[in-house]
Design a protein around this ligand. Structure first.
Ligand code: TPP
Length: 656
């Protein structure tokens, strides 16, 4: 039971979002805002939850959770500017309504993609657990979104790792228009908790004290180590999905029935009945809101619309790095394979930086399928070398949560191919967060990639181009042990999300002397592998080895062919490529990736656009065929891969 003063405060918080929403609906009708997702009738869930938490607990709200923001007392002027898409909002007009985070308020806002923030809550929760802090994370989801894969991955991981997290399903009867009986086939959504091995609680979501008590008790139990909790709050969406979409498909009786259960009326009556307040208290509250909120709305509406410059926007996609670059020193070297160089880098970095941890499938005792992480568990223990269930999206989302809390997580994909299952987290969460609300996301994703090992279409793909198109990501692709070590250290220290491609065929096939001490190889800088006069081969990864072998085996080309190893694909080293082309005047772009829409296509277009006058021949692209990677080693080597076409291509260009 709350004290009288707390009860009154809670009523204030419960009524405030209702008041604001009613104003927003008016503004919508006046055409002053473009869209609104109403939470009217559901406020008890947002407000009761937020009120029951401590200020240091994180909340990950969704589109109907205005009450989270108002109960957390976020800067209301800034909030309205955000809701109106103004310059002074949390995203400076770069994203809409509740799509922002505010670390000061311990709120991590949503992206449009449903359920995508649930895995992020796990990462935040893991950070508390690792630092032994008495804090929890609370993530909201709708009933419809429980069908999304991220819901299942998040609940499963939270349970397996015993994380301090609450997942709240607001069961308001409908997805967009689809009723719950077409969304799932179990009796109650909360029943799903059993399947994950976590506690499940169903509450009356229109009774704020029920919500408050459930959250308070769950928080206490979670902090005593009893594991994550799934709460299903029963409520109803009495307005349309968003205002323009109407409510024709909802039976009128249902709406009437739920209006009678209105959470605000319910709590007011409860407080009146218990003589905590009198009627005039409610009236006074309402006129207080009027006095307080109307001027704020007016001011926000009159505030500046976003304005910027091309340079400023382009400069806001990546966090500028502030770490001190360690140059390479080869005083003491050891002859190492590619795989050893990567392992050494991780080992050294984890030894010197307690914020670095590594997660992935079978990476602990087993050492990963390519044994890159072998032995790490013995040195760093299972807190920092974490086997995950088979969840790509879930672990990438968790890495984002860890990064928000200052960790530098490395995630190993078992094979680069499986990153497709984590695509959304990468291209929408990791990549866009810094631009949207200025939060750097330092996550390094290691991707064992490439073919040539007879592994067929699902264990051989070159999928760097899938991500090349996405602003906010960096793509790094070393071709040798020295670069692998230095580029990986740069990737881990880089505050932006980096996809680090490791060609499986290079792991154990090449050896060279690698410096024993740590060093950074700068991201974005290519390397001239061989200087030549008459054509440039621009390539990366395994392509570098092919090109080097080609000139070794055909020494007549040694002085003619310049080989550029891009090392970083995003951003690629324009300056080095252009300088080389200006010297040699002929270009062959070589990749293991298939040709259409590849990185080579972009480089070729850029050369044509910017330095066309230096070309003495059309640009030639050589890559794999536009087919899936075939399984048969014969098909793969002889037909699919570009190596068999390399000599012909070189001759064609030189003779042009
Ligand atoms: C991945 C994804 N698919 C589809 C949509 C479009 N969409 C936006 S809200 C919504 C309904 C969500 O229903 P529910 O999770 O029950 O939440 P509610 O809106 O009822 O609060 C849909 C289908 C989306 N935003 N994201």
């Amino acid at each position: 039971m709350l004290s009288d003063s707390k009860s009154k405060e809670l009523l204030y918080y419960l009524k405030l979002p209702r008041y604001i929403e009613e104003r927003m609906l008016l503004l919508l009708r006046q055409g002053k805002i473009s869209k609104w997702f109403s939470g009217i009738g559901q406020e008890a869930i947002s407000v009761g939850t937020t009120y029951a938490l401590e200020k240091d607990d994180y909340i990950l709200p969704m589109h109907r959770n205005l009450g989270v923001f108002t109960t957390r007392d976020v800067n209301i002027n800034k909030l309205f500017c955000q809701l109106f898409g103004k310059q002074d909002g949390f995203t400076n007009g770069r994203d809409r309504t509740f799509h922002f985070g505010s670390k000061d308020d311990r709120i991590i806002g949503m992206i449009s993609h449903l359920a995508a923030m649930l895995p992020v809550a796990n990462g935040l929760a893991l950070s508390f657990k690792l630092r032994k802090e008495k804090r929890i994370a609370v993530a909201f989801t709708g009933d419809g979104s429980t069908s999304e894969g991220d819901f299942h991955e998040a609940l499963n991981l939270a349970a397996v790792w015993n994380l301090p997290v609450i997942f709240i399903i607001e069961n308001n009867g409908y997805g967009l228009s689809t009723p719950v009986n077409e969304q799932f086939n179990c009796k109650n959504l909360v029943d799903k908790a059993v399947g994950y091995g976590m506690k499940g609680i169903q509450v009356d979501g229109n009774n704020i004290m029920d919500v408050f008590n459930a959250i308070k008790a769950s928080r206490k139990n979670i902090l005593n180590g009893s594991g994550p909790v799934l709460i299903e709050a029963m409520t109803f969406r009495i307005r349309g999905h968003e205002e323009a979409s109407g409510i024709k498909y909802i039976p009128k009786e249902l709406i009437q029935k739920w209006k009678k259960k209105d959470p605000v009326l319910h709590f007011e009556n409860y407080l009146l009945k218990n003589k905590v307040i009198k009627k005039d208290y409610i009236e006074n509250l309402e006129s207080d809101f009027e006095d307080k909120i109307i001027p704020i709305i007016d001011k926000a509406l009159k505030s500046s619309n976003p304005s910027s410059t091309i340079d400023r926007e382009m400069d806001s996609v990546y966090k500028k790095n502030i770490f001190k670059q360690i140059p390479r020193q080869d005083k003491k070297v050891t002859n190492k394979r590619f795989v050893d160089a990567i392992r050494d880098c991780i080992f050294d970095k984890m030894s010197s930086d307690s914020k670095v941890l590594i997660m992935g499938q079978d990476i602990a005792e087993y050492g990963g399928v390519f044994k890159v992480t072998e032995g790490l568990i013995d040195k760093f223990g299972s807190d920092r070398v974490r086997n995950t269930p088979i969840i790509e999206s879930g672990v990438i989302g968790a890495a984002m949560g860890l990064a928000i809390e200052g960790f530098k997580p490395i995630v190993e994909m078992q094979f680069a191919d499986f990153v497709s299952v984590g695509f959304n987290q990468i291209v929408n969460n990791l990549a866009k967060t810094f631009y949207r609300w200025n939060q750097p996301i330092n996550v390094t994703l290691r991707l064992p990639t490439g073919g040539g090992i007879g592994a067929g279409p699902f264990h051989s793909q070159s999928n760097e181009s899938w991500f090349f198109h996405v602003p906010g990501l960096k793509l790094v692709y070393p071709s040798n042990p020295i670069d692998a070590k230095g580029l990986l250290l740069s990737s881990i220290d880089d505050e932006n999300p980096v996809l680090f491609f490791e060609h499986k065929g290079l792991y154990r096939s090449i050896k060279e002397d690698v410096s024993d001490s740590n060093y950074h190889t700068p991201i974005g800088k290519g390397r001239i592998v061989n200087s030549g006069t008459s054509m440039s081969i621009i390539t990366y990864g395994m392509g570098v080895v092919w090109a080097e072998n080609f000139i070794k085996e055909n020494s007549q080309y040694q002085t003619l062919i310049e080989i550029i190893d891009l090392r970083t694909l995003l951003p690629w080293d324009r300056e080095m490529v252009f300088e080389s082309v200006k010297r040699t005047n002929k270009v062959l772009i070589l990749s293991e990736d298939n040709i259409t829409g590849s990185i080579g296509a972009e480089i070729s277009a850029s050369i044509s656009e910017d330095i066309f006058e230096y070309l003495d021949a059309p640009i030639l692209r050589l890559g794999a065929l536009d087919t899936p990677v075939p399984f048969s080693p014969n098909l793969e080597k002889e037909i699919y891969m570009p190596t068999s076409r390399l000599e012909k291509g070189v001759k064609k260009l030189l003779e042009y």
